[in-house]
Design a protein around this ligand. Structure first.
Ligand SMILES: [Fe+2]
Length: 354
């Protein structure tokens, strides 16, 4: 941590120590990312300096700004919770990478509120993929996959206990990536065969990491190990088929694929959620992803986009005005000059949701 003089330039930095008022009332909690109103509160009680975390431990400011722009108007509490959980996920992974003894339980206390909030406000997931750039991708991906897993669990009518385990499976499914060399993880070109072979090791490495953490559920280890397996045997690391793949790992596979496709990664640019669900459906037709998981998830994601502005692949801009129940991936779009019915115009797709 580092002591810094209080000023508005500390906005977005993370408190490294609790801050108390003169009467010992807790004003701001350690781990909180500072907002302008936090700084005003501190100025008003004549605090002149505070301890903040050194920035590399926290999520990139660029990501935080985008999150705040995206959700602050809609749900301020959710926004701050998401930012705080991103920071904590990064810290957790860093501590695991440094072989420190971690307290998973204390980390999960903050995470459980986030998951609960998403289960109540599932619509937040529809805007999750507007964040651009690949800064801190692994941490954002882990948190997003965990939230998507939680919602899939809810759609499948799993119990709250099962949803809780599933959320943790999503959160830690890629923990093995902390052992993959950064030059491979962040390579901005296609991986060579040898590099890809190394990258694929992350599932086994994640399994081994989780075997060494006390109190970890078996399901979490299995999800890390088998989330790249596919039902037709085409996945890795063991080429398992069908029911040989644990069900939680099958759910993580769906959430993982969806989030990866909708996010800017180091090598690939994101595609729109509409294009991503097409890929999920195709994978389920090929018996790679489980259709019993993909179909309700796709229906849920698509049903939430009524009223959203979109850009089509021919650059036409418009708004989704009708989602046909039989083909929810081919909605009716209202444009400045009329309507585009994607059920008729099969050559067009939704390239971006605004
Ligand atoms: Fe993975």
């Amino acid at each position: 941590m580092i002591r810094k003089k209080l000023s508005y330039s500390l906005k977005n930095e993370v408190l490294a120590e609790n801050v108390y008022a003169n009467n010992d009332t807790l004003l701001l909690e350690k781990g909180k990312r500072l907002t302008t109103s936090d700084i005003i509160r501190l100025i008003n009680i004549d605090i002149d300096s505070i301890y903040v975390e050194e920035e590399q431990k926290n999520i990139a400011i660029e990501v935080v700004s985008q999150v705040r722009t995206l959700w602050s108007q809609e749900d301020k509490d959710f926004t701050e919770m998401y930012v705080q959980n991103l920071d904590q996920t990064k810290n957790l992974f860093t501590q695991i990478a440094e072989n420190k003894d971690i307290s998973l339980q204390s980390y999960l206390n903050g995470y459980s509120n986030m998951l609960e909030s998403v289960l109540e406000h599932t619509s937040m997931l529809h805007t999750l993929h507007k964040i651009k750039g690949h800064d801190d991708y692994t941490y954002r991906h882990s948190l997003n996959v965990s939230l998507l897993c939680g919602v899939i669990g809810k759609l499948l009518n799993l119990s709250l206990e099962e949803i809780w385990i599933l959320g943790q499976c999503g959160l830690l499914h890629d923990v093995g990536k902390i052992k993959i060399p950064v030059n491979i993880l962040q390579k901005k070109a296609r991986l060579t065969n040898e590099e890809f072979k190394q990258m694929k090791q992350h599932s086994l490495l994640g399994y081994k990491i989780l075997c060494n953490i006390e109190g970890i559920e078996r399901h979490l280890r299995e999800a890390a190990h088998y989330h790249h397996e596919r039902l037709d045997g085409s996945g890795y690391p063991e080429g398992r088929r069908g029911d040989e793949i644990p069900f939680y790992a099958q759910i993580v596979a769906v959430a993982d694929t969806y989030d990866a496709l909708c996010s800017d990664r180091y090598y690939n640019r994101r595609i729109s959620p509409y294009q991503a669900v097409q890929e999920l459906l195709e994978s389920s037709f090929k018996n790679q992803l489980n259709a019993n998981i993909v179909v309700p998830f796709v229906q849920f994601m698509l049903s939430g986009y009524a009223g959203y502005s979109v850009v089509l692949t021919d650059k036409t801009c418009g708004k989704i005005v009708f989602i046909p129940p039989d083909e929810p991936d081919r909605p009716l779009i209202q444009t400045d000059t009329g309507y585009v019915d994607l059920r008729q115009r099969r050559n067009l797709e939704i390239a971006e949701i605004m």
